[in-house]
Design a protein around this ligand. Structure first.
Ligand code: NAD
Ligand code: ZN
Length: 341
């Protein structure tokens, strides 16, 4: 990212030297997230980031070298790792329990992490400020694993907090069957006995959601909430996960949710959901979770290693980043695109 509200540019960069405490990663692949499109379209001042920085907040690769003092137990050169994305202070109470997504010093720190204000993974090498931000990938292929660190971790965190509601006989709805949404469908099937309904504007995305395990697919539109209600025996859904976050999807979410449900919005399209009598069901909770924790990332990796999570990933050369972002903007990326340097 060189300018706000402009497409990113491809430039040559020197290979960074890891300083004290830092680890240099040789990048295998970096995921292309819809959040990058928001970063590119929002006006200057929306985000507290200094330009320029390299995009790529979903990164997998291998440990290349350690800066002074960074070598720790259990991590060696050549190890396959995922980069945990939200970089907090590492020391405050949320960071201490691995929830750097909710670091208390986020406002002072400014940049959210690599690819979000600091140099990220759309590059041959990436500097990571501490080995604590690396989670071993084991035998998973680093070329395609990058989306686990956001496209899967974000819905994992969002769904895990609602699992107590997803008892047998309940329904869960995923609105927006893109990168996050496909992961959400697979995670719901792996973690809960709920019937899973996918909602999207695009039938190709719905076909992919059916392959991901969705029990029912519903085309987005005015009647989508009614269809969910019918599919759930009139009750509505115990969890609606909105992976778009526009006015229209939040309205569908509220209309599809049951009494005592969770309406969980992870999409950042900037929509508004009125919370007032008649607009949301009795005792529905509305929340907007952000990303996930380091322990949860290890859990996501364990699920993938157990064969219970295989995100639909397509790889492209890094030099095609511009075209790939264009495809994502037009809704033409099925699942998740990963750029290979
Ligand atoms: P994506 O482009 O891969 O997927 C979006 C999907 O939504 C597409 O399949 C598209 O067809 C569908 N869609 C668009 N408008 C729709 C509508 N009106 N009704 C139904 N479906 C619709 O995007 P992604 O990378 O999965 O990201 C999804 C959203 O989540 C983005 O806003 C992104 O910024 C946000 N995000 C939030 C967090 C967080 O921590 N809260 C983390 C990552 C991404
Ligand atoms: Zn912190």
């Amino acid at each position: 990212m060189v300018h706000w509200q402009a497409p990113p540019e491809l430039t040559d960069m020197p290979v960074p030297e890891p300083g004290p405490g830092e680890v240099l990663i040789k990048v295998a692949g970096a995921g292309v997230c819809h959040s990058d499109l928001h970063v590119m379209e929002w006006p200057e001042g929306t985000l507290p980031y200094a330009l320029p920085f390299t995009l790529g907040h979903e990164t997998a690769g291998w440990v290349h070298s350690f800066g002074p003092g960074a070598r720790g137990a259990g991590l060696n050169e050549g190890d396959a790792v995922l980069v945990y994305g939200p970089w907090g202070c590492g020391l405050c109470p949320p960071c201490s329990r691995g929830a750097e997504n909710y670091c208390r010093h986020a406002a002072e720190i400014g940049a959210a992490g690599g690819g979000l204000g600091r140099d990220g993974g759309m590059s041959e090498y990436m500097l990571v400020p501490s080995p604590r931000l690396l989670v071993p990938l084991g035998d998973l292929d680093p070329h395609t694993a990058a989306p686990l660190t956001d496209a899967a971790l974000t819905p994992y965190h969002a769904i895990k907090r609602s699992l107590h509601r997803l008892v047998p006989g309940t329904t869960a709805v995923v609105i927006g069957a893109g990168g996050l949404g496909q992961a959400a469908v697979q995670l719901l099937k792996a973690l809960s006995p709920a019937e899973v309904v996918a909602v999207d504007l695009d039938t190709a995305k719905l076909d992919l959601a059916a392959e991901s395990g969705a029990d029912h697919c519903v085309l987005a539109g005015d009647d989508a909430a009614d269809r969910v209600r019918r599919l759930s025996g009139g009750l509505g859904a115990a969890l609606v996960l909105d992976c778009v976050g526009a006015d229209v999807t939040m309205a569908t979410a509220a209309a599809a949710a049951s009494v005592e449900s969770d309406i969980t919005v992870v999409g950042l399209a900037g929509g508004t959901l009125p919370v007032r009598f008649g607009a949301v069901p009795w005792e529905a909770s509305v929340s907007m979770p952000y990303w996930g924790t380091r322990p949860e990332l290890a859990e996501v990796i364990a699920l993938a290693a157990a064969g219970k999570l295989h995100l639909p990933v397509k790889t492209y050369p890094l030099k095609e980043a511009g075209q790939v972002y264009g495809m994502l903007q037009e809704g033409k990326v099925p699942g998740r695109a990963v750029l290979l340097p």
